[in-house]
Design a protein around this ligand. Structure first.
Ligand code: TXA
Ligand code: MG
Length: 317
């Protein structure tokens, strides 16, 4: 199957494939018409750049200009893994991939299928998440199929993604480095290795990482974050309003009521919350809920990434 995917990529096709973060929709980075197809298939705005996926350090040299020593330390600690680093780009990287930016975002995934596909191809693969633009990322084969069946030239099968949220993105072209998108590698973990500043305010962030300004991660139902303090009252209000409700609870108790058609409880484990977040969004759609009530987390550790996705999914960021 992976060999077939590689043949398709070589012929200019686009292939959805599993990674440890979310499923990606890949094309050869140097094939402009294939890259155009990625944007078209997803309905992605042309000003939102793609991440370039590599399988070894030689491939980094094909796309990135100079790599600062501090970035090398991050690479040593976190690659392969859920961390994307932004560098000055090599001229050979098509402007389409970087949406005209002078920089390129690069990641080395830690997933057997993704690694093997890129290694066999022998060159980097540009890949956004495997979902229609604006929708939740696919973290299961079924979600990837739901989004891209008949649109991608092939969808490679894998287990549900281990982390469930997109990679952490760090800009290595500024000093100190800056977080552009929180993810499974936390700011605290990064700061143990090198100084990385928190995300800029929305206006500045939108300039630097154009993708941040677009609608993101939104299922076909309302996503309503509720803190622990708002939880009980909030749920009762939804029940009284006659809503069909789905619930994602980190710790808060979930009442038994026929309006609540499904609930996922994560027993205080944020990693499980992250892993199941998007598949729960897809489940909420399947069960036709009106509102998915999701418990807010703190904004430290993995909580920063979870809250980022939840607020954007709710259309509040
Ligand atoms: O985990 C992931 O990163 C997944 C898997 C497939 O690897 N990919 C992913 O791609 O989430 P996508 O396209 O959904 O998100 C890419 C993010 C966007 O926020 C985009 O703006 C940012 O990376 N990005 C890409 N190139 C950039 C650049 N040169 N400068 C700043 N931000 C960049
Ligand atoms: Mg995406």
């Amino acid at each position: 199957m992976i060999e077939k995917a590689v043949r398709i990529l070589r012929r200019g096709g686009v292939v959805a494939f599993p990674t440890e973060t979310v499923y990606g929709l890949g094309a050869r980075v140097f094939d402009e018409s294939a890259i155009r197809k990625v944007f078209k298939v997803k309905g992605r705005p042309g000003d939102n750049p793609l991440i370039v996926h590599i399988s070894d350090m030689k491939q980094l040299e094909l796309v990135a200009g100079s790599v600062p020593d501090r970035a090398k330390r991050l690479i040593k600690h976190f690659w392969p893994g859920p961390l994307t680093l932004v560098f000055h780009k090599k001229k050979s990287v098509p402007d389409l991939v970087t949406a005209g930016l002078p920089t390129v975002a690069v990641r080395m995934p830690n997933h057997a299928v993704a690694k093997r596909m890129i290694r066999l191809l022998g060159e980097p693969v540009a890949a956004p998440s495997a979902n229609i633009s604006g929708r939740p990322s696919a973290t299961t084969f079924e979600s990837a199929r739901q989004e891209l069946e008949g649109k991608a030239d092939m969808i490679l099968k894998g287990e549900p993604s281990r982390y469930g949220l997109e990679s952490t993105v760090v800009d290595c072209t500024v000093s100190p480095f800056r977080l552009l998108r929180p993810g499974s590698v936390t700011l605290e973990q990064l700061n143990k290795i090198v100084k990385v500043r928190p995300m800029a305010s929305k206006a500045k962030g939108a300039q630097k990482s154009p993708g941040l300004k677009h609608k993101h991660y939104q299922p076909n139902c309302e996503v309503l974050p509720l803190s622990g303090a708002e939880w009980k009252k909030g749920l009762i209000k939804l029940i009284k309003a006659g809503k069909k409700i789905g619930v994602l609870s980190l710790k808060a108790p979930v009442p038994k009521d026929p309006h609540i058609v499904f609930s996922e409880k994560f027993r205080g484990r944020e990693s499980q919350y992250a892993k199941k977040l998007y598949s729960s969004f897809y489940r909420a759609e399947k069960e036709h809920v009106d509102v998915l009530a999701v418990q807010s987390t703190g904004k430290t550790g993995l909580g920063l990434a979870i809250m980022d996705r939840i607020t954007r999914a709710g259309g509040k960021a």
